[in-house]
Design a protein around this ligand. Structure first.
Ligand code: SAM
Length: 279
């Protein structure tokens, strides 16, 4: 029995259901339930929230989220071997856990949920960034989610919170910080996982802002930022010349020196530049 919920310890769950970790599915499991409860607490008070979890695996973080009081957890898992273990958790928690079997990139879970909605996950590394970008670029803002509490490789976490002038600063920083508060809230060494990955990990907490930090059209901002960082070593007048023949004038009007590189330009200035393309 484990301390947080009276269910069997995760090592036993893994042995019973023969859940040997598969690299192709990004399976690095968290087996310490005190640690998964701590990660769940980084999401804040979940008692009034439906929570989406991508990749519950044997259910370590799932159990943390339920024990910490999430109203409901909707977990999407691609590996069918995990389903019997997850069904035991669902029984124990009177159906507060709903599991959808399939690929999170292809499933729209919203019809099963009632707002407010939070997302919490120890993401599979191969699809983590793609899911984050989707959650950050919905058609409408504010998005369907209130907060994201997500485990990434440390290097990806640093790209999310990066500031101008650093190597990690790029498209992910702009997308994350334009319409959300983003912070690294926990760091985890490889040894926290079974099997241990090659690199360290970190949990990032993002809270959606009601309105963007600076005015800009989302599609235009994304296009400008993608072009600027695609050729991050070039001066902006060269990197962005494909966007408009009078790019130097537009950069100047936005208060950006045409000789600057993308890495040096702050979020507010990128938004000012995007506004130059609205007319
Ligand atoms: N949440 C568990 C934990 O913390 O121990 C497992 C995390 S493990 C890093 C990633 C999980 O995502 C695995 O269970 C894997 O099977 C699942 N997974 C991988 N690709 C997926 C996808 N496209 N959609 C849904 N789940 C996926």
């Amino acid at each position: 029995m484990s301390g947080i919920d009276g269910l069997p310890p995760l090592r036993e769950v893994i042995a019973t259901h023969e859940l040997s970790a598969r690299k192709s599915l990004g399976q690095n499991f968290l087996l310490d339930l005190n640690l998964t409860a701590k990660i769940a607490r980084q999401a804040g008070d979940l008692s009034g929230f439906d929570v989406i979890e991508v990749g519950p695996g044997p259910g370590g973080l799932t159990r943390g989220l339920l024990a910490e009081g999430a109203r409901k957890v909707l977990a999407i898992e691609k590996d069918q071997r995990c389903l019997p273990a997850l069904a035991e958790i669902s029984d124990h928690y009177d159906g507060r856990l709903q599991v959808i079997s399939g690929d999170a990139l292809e499933i729209d879970p919203l019809e099963h949920l009632t707002p407010p909605i939070a997302i919490a996950a120890n993401l599979p590394y191969n699809v983590g960034t793609e899911l984050l970008v989707r959650w950050l670029t919905p058609k409408e803002w504010p998005p369907f989610w209130t907060s994201l509490t997500l485990m990434f490789q440390r290097e990806v976490a640093e790209r999310i919170v990066a500031q101008p002038g650093s190597k990690a600063y790029g498209r992910l920083a702009i997308l994350s910080q334009w319409r959300a508060d983003a912070r690294i809230v926990m760091s985890l060494p490889p040894g926290a996982f079974t099997p241990p990955p090659k690199v360290s990990s970190a949990v990032v907490h993002l809270r959606a802002l009601e309105t963007p930090r600076f005015d800009a059209n989302a599609k235009i901002l994304e296009r400008v930022v993608a072009a600027a960082f695609n050729q991050r070593r070039k001066m902006l007048r060269a990197a962005l010349k494909g966007l408009a023949p009078d790019i130097e004038d537009r950069l100047n009007a936005a208060g950006i020196k045409p000789t600057e590189r993308a890495e040096q330009v702050c979020l507010e200035a990128f938004c000012a530049l995007a506004r130059q393309f609205e007319t």
